[in-house]
Design a protein around this ligand. Structure first.
Ligand code: SF4
Ligand code: FES
Length: 187
């Protein structure tokens, strides 16, 4: 009687666990992971590296840099998504290294090189993916790619929120209120 009860409980747990998992393929490799996992994390689980710039595991994805784009094939249709924020779904096919992904990623990196030609992180990614700068860089040579990582850490981790985005388009930048340094900021 006790054995039967234990088996029933185990079966229930197994069913619950199975229902909370999703199976997909990434670059042809099958992977089964918990619901709520992003494609980026799922790829990492099976040793597939996807480049990132604005992603940090400690904070919510912001999907600003688009360097982590991958191709998702779902119901016969293909689309490009930011893998750092896109949740893995049952039955989808993901390509991290297709011709489309590589072409679009190249343009994304070229745009970042023009926007922030002094950014070491962008330079490293450009070198890794053999991307040459083709767009004219901004006159004012900046290092900031406007990824919002610093503002999110300031908000979500430090709980202070003294820095944020200001202005639009080419003038967009990260600033403190009235461009004055905050007494709350220790850095
Ligand atoms: S300054 Fe902030 S927004 Fe600009 S690149 Fe650094 S972390 Fe990203
Ligand atoms: S790392 Fe995914 S959009 Fe920046």
């Amino acid at each position: 009687m006790e054995e039967k009860k234990a088996k029933k409980n185990n079966d229930k747990k197994l069913k619950k666990k199975t229902e909370s998992m999703v199976s997909l393929t990434i670059d042809g490799l099958p992977v089964t992971i918990e619901k709520g996992t992003t494609i980026l994390q799922a790829a990492k689980e099976i040793g597939i590296e996807i480049p990132t710039l604005c992603y940090h595991p400690a904070i919510e994805p912001y999907q600003a840099c688009r360097v982590c784009l991958v191709e998702v094939i779902k119901g016969g249709k293909s689309s490009l998504v930011a893998s750092c924020g896109y949740l893995a779904e049952e039955g989808i096919e993901v390509k991290t290294d297709s011709e489309t992904v590589n072409e679009v990623r190249m343009v994304v990196i070229q745009l970042l090189l023009a926007q922030a030609p002094n950014s070491e992180k962008v330079k490293v990614i450009a070198e890794k993916y053999n991307v040459e700068p083709i767009f004219v860089p901004r006159k004012e040579e900046k290092e900031c790619i406007l990824c919002g990582l610093c503002t999110r850490v300031c908000n979500e981790i430090m709980g202070i929120g003294v820095i944020g985005f200001a202005h639009r388009g080419a003038n967009r930048e990260i600033v403190t209120p009235y461009k004055e340094l905050s007494e709350l900021c220790s850095t």
